[in-house]
Ligand binder design. Sequence first.
Ligand SMILES: Cc1cc2nc3c(=O)[nH]c(=O)nc-3n(C[C@H](O)[C@H](O)[C@H](O)COP(=O)(O)OP(=O)(O)OC[C@H]3O[C@@H](n4cnc5c(N)ncnc54)[C@H](O)[C@@H]3O)c2cc1C
Length: 369
Amino acid sequence: MTASYQDLAEAPAPAWGGDDEWLECVRVRDETHDVRSFVLRPLQARSFRYRPGQFITLRLEIDGEPVFRCYTLSSSPTRPDTLSITVKRVPGGRVSNWLHEHLRPGMRLSATGPAGAFCFPPGPVQVPARGQLYLSGGSGITPLMSMSRAWADLGLDADVQFIHAARTPQDIVFDDELKLLARSLPRWRATMVCEDRGTTPGYSGLLGRLTLPLLRSQVPDLLEREVWCCGPAPFMAAVRAMLVEAGFDMARYHEESFTFETPADTAGLAAAPAPSPAGTEAKTFAITLKTRGERFECGADETVLKAAQRAGVRWPFSCSSGVCGTCRTRKLGGEVEMNQGGGLRPREVAQGWMLPCCSKPLSDLELDR
Ligand SMILES: Cc1cc2nc3c(=O)[nH]c(=O)nc-3n(C[C@H](O)[C@H](O)[C@H](O)COP(=O)(O)OP(=O)(O)OC[C@H]3O[C@@H](n4cnc5c(N)ncnc54)[C@H](O)[C@@H]3O)c2cc1C
């Protein structure tokens, strides 16, 4: 693909998506010793359209097996010709290590998306009436970086207080760019909190963990703001506890989880289905996982994913709404009613793939899992 200044002045290219899912890696950049950004572009002339904070799902084949993982777009849609993901190596992790070790400029990979609700609201982007508080831990900085980059590119003077927690100063992802943003945007401020000084000489930032007194001292008008939080599960649990203790209105709290089980999932999704009214016995079906040799019951009115979670089956999932494709599995027998939102292509559905997060059984099922 080529681009010229003339191209740039013309109407935007059609949007990327649908069946042209292939992307080419054009650049790889080390952000820290274990975090790397990958810049991707479409194979055909297409623009990327998404909302800051959304993610894509990579579809890779590793050792002959298909694997799927979601990665937030750390880039901003204000620069629609490429997108970037920023990946932290997870010890023992299959995909993050594969990406670090193998993905190089010129290589191609398949992806779907964008998806996700941890993002700017739809419609024209406006400076929010209320001040924003971005709280991130580790690689959870990616969606908040996309949002911050968008404010800068759009020339909008949003009131953003950004607090990023890292293990040591060497672990601060986008350190240089955070400083640049703070210099460029009048009401955008960033504070770093590191658990340990590490080996950085002269680090003069805050030391320790994020606590409520620290939060209050950095953000005196905390209770007036809208909070966006992304980071490891214990970090987000600590933030929620602090906000509740501070009397924050949790209706103004948003969070994104990079892991499969969030407290909301275990509290809500795994709850037993409501009892049926007297005299009407709820219909249940048997779900058999062929490879794992496990079996559990699923009510006709609940999704296969909910029933699996209740039965204690660990099942990777992300969006819970049939969009990201993380939970996909192949049906070997039986029928489901699937209400998916684009996580599977029609040809995949025809091949027997299903998404348990948005499928209710119509019969007993045997799944290839
Ligand atoms: C919406 C969303 C957005 C995300 N955005 C980002 C992002 O911007 N940047 C980013 O870095 N990540 C992001 N993630 C996380 C990402 O999708 C992956 O989960 C992450 O990279 C780890 O994948 P992996 O394949 O390397 O690890 P996995 O292979 O999935 O392993 C994860 C952990 O489980 C352990 N494990 C694996 N198999 C087993 C087993 N059988 N028994 C016990 N332990 C096991 C591994 O040792 C490892 O510690 C996002 C996730 C979601 C859901």
